[in-house]
Each structure stands twice: as C-alpha cells, then as structure tokens.
Design a protein around this ligand. Structure first.
Ligand SMILES: Nc1ncnc2c1ncn2[C@@H]1O[C@H](COP(=O)(O)OP(=O)(O)OP(=O)(O)O)[C@@H](O)[C@H]1O
Length: 370
C-alpha cells in the first residue's frame, strides 16, 4: 500500500517479519503456530497486527507486544505499529497442542544431555548450583531446561522470581521461561506455602508427566534438581531418565561429604554415569577485603570425588551475593556475574563434561559441553 508519505509497505514482507516472531515459550514463529491474525497497514504507514494468544491471561503479552512491534518497525515504510490481541479458540488450542506433540516429540531428544543434580544432605546449595548452572549454560547459548524434582522442598520458583502458573494447552504444559531457562516445578502448580502431600505412586506419575506432558522443545541440556538423599523421587527419576548423569553437590564438611557418598554409591549401583562433584560453600569471601576463610573446613569435595572415582569440577565460595540473589529471585550468574560465586559457577558451566551412557551401561566421559 502507498502511504501518505509516498512510501510503500511490502505487505508480504510485513507478514513474514511478524510471523517469524517467536512465541517466547513455544520457541516457534507466530505464523507457523497459527497465532497471527490480520496484518494490515493504513495510509499513515501504521501497521496493525492482530495476534491470537494461547490463553487470555497470557503472561507474555507484553513481551510479544514488544517483539512484534520491533519486527514490524524494521519493515521499510512502517511508521508505527499497533498490536491487538485475541485468544485462540478451544479448537485451535487443541489442534496446536496436537501439532506440537506430533511435530516434535515431547520426550527429550537423544542428543539432550541430562544431569541430575544431587546431594546427600539438604541445604548444601544443590538448588542454587542447579539454577545458576542452568543460567550460565543458557548465557553460553545452550537451550536449557531445569526440572525442579525437589517436590517437597521446591525452590526453583523462588530462585527465578517466578510467581505464575505455566500456560496449559489442552493437556500440554509450556515450561516457564526465565533468564533464558525453561523451567518446570511442582511449585508452579500449588498455592504459595501449600505443602505437597503426594505419596510414591502419585509422585512417580507427576514426574512422568513433567517429562512427557511438558513441551520442553529442543533442548541441549536438561538439569534435574533432585531432592536430597536417596529416596523414592530419586529412584523414580533415574528410572524415567536412564540417560541422566549424576552431578553431586557437597560442602567441604566431613558430615555432608560422607552422606553425599551414599547418593553417589546409589548412582553407581544403578550404573548411572557420574558427571563429577561440585563443592559448594568452599570458602567464605569477605565482602570488605576479599579474604577467604574455610568456614566449613576443607577437602570434602575432593574426598567425595576420590571416593566416587570422579572429578572435582568446581569449588563455589560462600558468597553473600549468591544468597542475596536467591532471596531476590535473580540468579547470581545473571544479576551479579562478577561476584566470586558467579564466576565459579560460569566456570563450572564451561567445564561440565559430556557424559553419555555406553551400551553396556558404563559411563563414557567424552569431552566438555562446549
Ligand atoms: N555458595 C553460597 N553462598 C552463599 N549462600 C549460599 C551458597 N549456596 C547456597 N546458599 C544459600 O544456602 C541456602 C540453601 O541453598 P539451597 O536451597 O540451594 O540448598 P539445597 O541443597 O537445594 O537445599 P534443599 O535440599 O533443602 O533443597 C539458601 O539460602 C542459599 O541462598
């Protein structure tokens, strides 16, 4: 169309540009997903773009508005953009859910590396390590999912500052995207402060659904935050994810390390590959002078690695920046990337070994993720 300013807007190019804008949680173009409605331009050169959301309460409306506006504005001749929203009909939602299941199996691809982050004792920082490792890998350009399988003590919603439920598309849940990581947690599905009182079979079913009814999309890495210890959930998950490699987290303290050894031995009994050991809370970094103190003793990480016959991959210092980040819902790797703990966690992401289970069930450490 010829605008008042005498320029023309190539209508096909405009539709293509906005159609290529990705739904932030499905990671596919709006055009391909059938979410693009009318795209027109008026004589002033204003583009009018109608987008159908997956749900009327879509939490990503603002992001979509910004992304569509940016894409349309880049088309020559467009002088302004107006985005309007409707919602997919029930039938369209069902069709989309079926198409996503068919086009891309919801189950994880054979190439996805799966790491189960485990500890013997609670409170050693397993969830903090899993969350920041996920963000560091995502910042490195990887497509990363984080499944919070710590069903009773879930902390992923808090660590990522997420206060909403995942979008559900007729039996298919979309992981919540935060800091570039695709997240799923029991905590998204229960009310604030509500306890989870599920028992064995229900837990197993819930975890199975997290793997089969969540549209993880294509993932390079899936991290699973296990509950502490060697209980039912851990066993269920290892059964559901036979390819998972164990990443054991401990503090330097003897008591934490000996309990973690049990978790590592259980993994070995199950012929689960070991990715390595992370020692958290290694030394206390003084905020004023940077001096380091071995508050919880030293050597636990190395002893655990030696016991399990694997490598000590990282020593993460006890750092107020990490604690503060957890409380404010912005992982330290994203919010304070220069903090000592963030540097150690980013280094861990760079050194994380690719571990695949061989046909005989034995671990095959190959190379680093990069
Ligand atoms: N390196 C660190 N420096 C400072 N604080 C830390 C560090 N690692 C963890 N923390 C803090 O310790 C507490 C426990 O951490 P986190 O929840 O990650 O442990 P966890 O092992 O996952 O616990 P649980 O098993 O109970 O889920 C949190 O308050 C967290 O902010």
């Amino acid at each position: 169309m010829l605008t008042r300013r005498g320029t023309t807007v190539d209508h096909a190019a405009l539709r293509e540009a906005v159609g290529a804008v990705e739904d932030p949680e499905i990671h596919r173009g709006l055009g391909e997903l059938g979410m693009l409605r009318d795209v027109t331009t008026d004589r002033r050169g204003t583009a009018h773009v109608a987008v159908a959301l997956t749900t009327p309460t879509c939490p990503l409306r603002e992001q979509l508005q910004a992304d569509v506006t940016a894409a349309a504005s880049a088309v020559p001749g467009v002088t302004g953009v107006e985005v309007s929203f409707t919602t997919l009909s029930d039938r369209e939602r069902l069709a989309l859910s079926q198409r996503l299941r068919e086009q891309q199996p919801v189950r994880l691809g054979a190439e996805t590396l799966v790491y189960a982050v485990a500890s013997g004792k609670g409170g050693v920082g397993k969830s903090s390590v899993a969350a920041n490792l996920a963000v560091a890998l995502a910042r490195d350009g990887k497509r990363v999912g984080l499944l919070d399988a710590d069903v009773w003590g879930y902390s992923v919603p808090q660590l990522f500052g997420v206060r909403r439920s995942p979008v559900a598309l007729k039996g298919l849940m979309l992981p919540v995207d935060a800091h570039g990581v695709r997240l799923m947690s029991v905590g998204f599905l229960v009310g604030d402060g509500e306890p989870v009182v599920w028992r064995g079979p229900m837990l197993h079913k819930a975890l199975e659904q997290f793997l089969t009814d969540v549209h993880w999309g294509e993932l390079d890495v899936l991290l699973v935050d296990l509950p502490p210890g060697t209980g039912d959930v851990t066993l269920s998950l290892l059964e559901l994810l036979p390819r998972a490699a164990l990443l054991a987290v401990t503090t330097p303290q003897v008591s934490a390390q000996t309990v973690a050894t049990r978790a590592g031995r259980m993994a070995a009994d199950l012929r689960m590959p070991l990715a390595g050991v992370v020692e958290n809370m290694s030394t206390l970094v003084c905020e004023c002078c940077g001096e380091r103190t071995a508050l919880f003793g030293s050597g636990g990480g190395q002893r655990l690695a030696d016991d399990l016959g694997t490598e000590l991959l990282a020593r993460i210092p006890l750092d107020a920046a990490l604690r503060h980040a957890g409380d404010t819902g912005v992982p330290v790797v994203a919010g304070a990337p220069e903090a000592p703990s963030a540097l150690a966690l980013s280094d861990l992401a760079a050194r994380l070994p690719v571990v695949r289970r061989s046909l005989s069930g034995l671990a095959l450490p190959l190379s680093v993720v990069r």
